[in-house]
Design a protein around this ligand. Structure first.
Ligand code: ADP
Ligand code: NI
Length: 221
């Protein structure tokens, strides 16, 4: 059963796991995703609150950029934690599938014919929330923070943005941080599922475009 006690235990569990990550993937990121997911759920008037809130809280506990292991470890750890703490198995299973389908990398595994992948409203809500936090002012801060953490240049006119064809290529890129805007951040607006997510994404997208335009002007100065 979903209780306040279970929610608090999940928060404590996530906080302890996120300690080791860079500050773009810390507990504050998770808190913002939870806030965005709750906002979208309320605005859309759909979704199982237990699944949305628990998936948001637990979504990054084993991000493969920091956690050595399988892509599915995060969902599996969440499933085990939630069933041990008394959540109904079908809900814990749903949280597992949301967590394991969030990543931008999964976009590379989509069917090429443009058909929609199956997905629950809970997945769409949490995925939109996680992606919105990579956009706008916060998204800009997170991108440069991640680039700094990896010791990458801010920009390099000799390295044009790439169009990645596979998850592996995307993951192994060492490109300058400015390229990340073209390679991922500017694409997110069109990957939103919920109406509320699309509206928020448009505002955050426009802000990033202005930022990059200014950035390029200042480089050319
Ligand atoms: P996902 O979990 O959807 O695969 P990521 O974990 O790749 O998303 O992204 C998390 C955050 O780190 C985002 O804010 C993203 O923009 C940033 N980030 C990821 N890769 C890079 C990169 N190569 N350069 C700059 N920022 C990055
Ligand atoms: Ni996240």
């Amino acid at each position: 059963m979903y209780t306040i006690k279970l929610f608090s235990a999940a928060v404590d569990f996530a906080r302890s796991k996120l300690k080791a990550f860079d500050s773009g993937h810390d507990w504050q990121h998770t808190e913002r995703v939870l806030g965005l997911a709750r906002y979208i759920m309320k605005a859309e008037g759909v979704g199982d609150r237990a699944v949305v809130e628990l998936a948001a809280v637990l979504h990054d506990i084993a991000d493969t950029k920091f956690h050595k292991g399988a892509e599915t470890d995060g969902g599996d750890m969440a499933f085990q934690f939630l069933t041990e703490h008394g959540l109904e198995p079908h809900r814990a299973e749903h949280v597992r599938s949301v967590i394991n389908n969030l990543s931008f990398k999964n976009e590379f595994n989509k069917p090429k014919d443009g058909s929609q992948q199956p997905g629950s409203v809970e997945l769409h809500i949490v995925r939109d929330a996680d992606r919105l936090d990579a956009m706008g002012a916060i998204g800009i801060a997170r991108a440069f923070n991640y680039g700094g953490y990896k010791n990458r240049p801010l920009y390099d006119p000799d390295v044009p943005p790439a169009e990645y064809r596979s998850a592996g290529e995307y993951k192994n890129s060492t490109a300058p941080t400015l390229n990340h805007f073209y390679e991922k951040l500017f694409l997110l607006k069109n990957l939103m599922h919920t109406k509320t997510g699309k509206k928020l994404a448009q505002e955050r997208h426009d802000y990033m475009v202005k930022f990059v335009e200014t950035f390029l002007r200042e480089i050319e100065f």
